[in-house]
Every structure is written in structure tokens, then in C-alpha cells.
Design a protein around this ligand. Structure first.
Ligand SMILES: [Fe+2]
Length: 206
């Protein structure tokens, strides 16, 4: 039995200081090297436990193990999407969406401002630790804003995540203390709309 592939911490597509002043170097470094790394380590630890139990033919507390695995893989995956849907302000980050995504946002929300408002409300109102995400439903071809609690609660299978915003306190506390709204406002200056559009078009073709 192969021990299988494990998760690894992806490199950021920009320098740690590149998203300042909206996300400082210290905040981004901590978030990526400590928090994101913790989900990678956590997911791999459960996968190792599963492999070991299979080799030794012993039983695991499956409910606990799978719950933890879902949490850590969710954290690993969402952070990866989050880093990639940001770019330095004025150098790929900020502004307004273009391409097919812009048309889809107008069709669903009426205006870009209305979309921003709804997404901001979703991010501001996510309970406890969580995320706001823009998703695409293949069945209806609609864009749908969702809240994910923790990394794995309220997740709808098969809805591709086009844009993710981490609103756990660990994402902004060094920079903004408890002012989540200010962090969300800053996020709009570093959204990589080209990446969000690329995800949208890639998903439509599937
Ligand atoms: Fe995070």
C-alpha cells in the first residue's frame, strides 16, 4: 500500500509586502506561513493516520477523523483560492471585473455595485470564523454569493468557488484589530478580477 501524496503549502503568487497597505507584510506572512501551513499539516496528519490504520488494519474514530480532515482540507483549499484571487493594487488588483465575468455579474446582480454590496454584507455577517465566496452554479448558470462557516460548513458540492475572502480574525487582526468592515473595504483594492474571470470561464466549459 502506497502512503500516497500529501498536501504542501503553495507559494504565494506575489511577495509578502505586495498587498500592503490593505494587507501588511506581517499580517500576510503570519497568515500564510502559520495559519495556512497549519491546515496543510493538519490534513496530512489525518491522511497519515488513515494510511497507518489501513496498513495495521486497525479502526479509527471515523467521524472525528473525517470531520477534522474536511476542516483542514477546506482550509487548505480556500486559502489557496484566496491568495490567487488577489493581486497588488494597481498591478492586477482592484478596479472592476471585465470579460464574461462582468456580463455575468450584471445579469445576476444588476450592477457591479449591487454585487459588491451583497458580497460585503455576506463577508461582514459570516458567523464566527468563516468566508464569503462568489460561486457559480452549473445547473442554473447563476452566480451565487455564499457564506462558509469555519472552512467546511454550508459548503455546497459542485459549486465552483470563483472568489474567496477570508474573514477569520487571523486574516486581519494585526492590521485592523476588530474592524472587519475596514478589512473588507480594503479587499476590493486587491481583487484579481482577471483570475476570477478565468475561473468563471473555465467552469462554464465543463
Ligand atoms: Fe485564514
Amino acid at each position: 500500500m502506497d502512503s500516497g501524496k500529501l498536501y504542501t503549502l503553495p507559494k504565494l503568487p506575489y511577495d509578502y509586502n505586495a498587498l500592503a497597505p490593505y494587507i501588511s507584510e506581517a499580517q500576510l506572512t503570519l497568515h500564510h506561513t502559520k495559519h495556512h501551513q497549519a491546515y496543510v499539516t493538519g490534513a496530512n496528519a489525518i491522511l497519515d493516520k488513515l494510511t497507518k490504520a489501513r496498513k495495521e488494519n486497525t479502526d479509527l474514530d471515523m467521524k472525528a477523523a473525517l470531520k477534522e480532515l474536511s476542516f483542514h482540507i477546506g482550509g487548505y483549499r480556500l486559502h489557496t483560492l484566496f491568495w490567487e484571487n488577489m493581486a497588488p493594487a494597481g498591478k492586477g488588483g482592484g478596479g472592476a471585473p471585465g470579460g464574461e465575468l462582468a456580463a455575468a455579474i450584471s445579469a445576476e446582480f444588476g450592477t457591479f455595485d449591487r454585487f459588491k454590496k451583497e458580497f460585503t454584507q455576506a463577508a461582514g455577517g459570516a458567523e464566527g470564523s468563516g468566508w464569503a465566496v462568489l460561486t457559480h452554479c452549473m445547473k442554473t448558470n447563476r452566480l451565487i454569493v455564499m457564506q462558509i462557516e469555519k472552512h467546511n460548513v454550508n459548503v455546497v458540492p459542485g459549486y465552483r468557488i470563483l472568489m474567496a475572502l477570508d474573514v477569520w480574525e487571523h486574516a486581519y487582526y494585526l492590521d485592523y484589530k476588530n474592524d472587519r468592515a475596514k478589512f473588507i473595504e480594503g479587499f476590493w483594492n486587491i481583487v484579481n478580477w482577471k483570475e476570477v474571470d478565468t475561473r468563471y470561464r473555465a467552469h462554464q466549459k465543463k
